[in-house]
Design a binder for this molecule. Sequence first.
Ligand SMILES: [Zn+2]
Length: 133
Amino acid sequence: MHVTRSQIVSRGLHHTCPNCGGRTLFQTGKRFALNPTCPACGLKLDRGDGFFLGPFVISYTVTVAFAIVPLLVLAIFGVIGPTPAIILGGGCALAIPALLYRSSWSWWLMGYFYFLPQKLPHNRGARREDEEE
Ligand SMILES: [Zn+2]
């Protein structure tokens, strides 16, 4: 079985495992808990030190680009006052990363495996994931 880049993108947009396509990225019943490995195919989802920073960067970028900067511009040009801008900005800074938790993890895994598709077990044949190439 071979996983193509278009399948990786599709699976990333649908929040499914990049390797097997199963709905197995997150622990059942927990909104904010990534499975360390895919229960269906064994793909290591948390790929080690610092890997969790990728979804943080995605959430941060979306929050700044679509909430903080627009609120700042509205406040600078006097459309809204500084106090409402600060309150709205704080609320958005808390809410947007929480709402994007699952999407940002899925998008990060999609980006990672889009550029390194050979890291997927289905693209590596019978070799184990922890084996070096
Ligand atoms: Zn899987």
